[in-house]
Design a protein around this ligand. Sequence first.
Ligand code: CMP
Length: 236
Amino acid sequence: MPMRINIGKSAPGKDELGRLPLFEGLEPDRRAGLAGMMSEESHHRGDVIFNQGDYGDVLYVIRSDSVRISQVSEDGHELILIVLRTGDFFGEMSLLDGESRSAAAIAAEDSTLLTLRRTDFMHFLGQNPSAAVEMLRVLSLRLCRMDGVLEEAVFHSATVRIARRLLELLTIYGRDVDGGSLLDVRLTQSEIAEMVGTSRVTVNKELSEMESAGVIKRVRRQILVLDIDGLNDLAE
Ligand code: CMP
């Protein structure tokens, strides 16, 4: 996959950092110091930001828009672990555990990222307990979520898994429009399959059944949820 990077265009302002959950508890002068240590990278949709197994020396914070975190099997199959969006951070694990990247990061849309090098990150965490606690809170939520995903994969049908993932995506990308809620993100059936650990054929079959039942409508590469109660029923 091609990678196009544009580094260091503009450093973040301290006010911008204050709007990101990880940094909102910081005093303004600490934020200003941190802003001076960060750089910016721009990536096009589909660019690999890093691969699983790469050496990791940088923390990323998403300035805009979204990044998918995936594991890729030897035969090239991708399992999307999570889609992160503006304000989220990633790449902290290899900085904390000293291991290589546990997963790949791929730009899900054209995206701009803020980066912080390991030494600055470690110093920053040591100096700012509120940010360290916020990071632990997010890591705890991600662990809980993965427990749920594992439970789903073992105990639930593809219908339930797809319905749950659509509901989760709605909380991130949902937009009220005439007749329902539009999932305002371009998603291929293969990408949905990669999120729930099933095949594209199964996703196509399940979405067709949801469409026949009047729960969703496919509009080009987007999904319009017509019946949110129906989708909730399928997710149970
Ligand atoms: P790191 O291991 O440095 O590189 C891959 C990153 O993906 C990892 O840090 C985390 O930031 C993120 N990541 C890995 N697994 C998950 C997951 N299950 N949920 C959310 N983020 C993850």
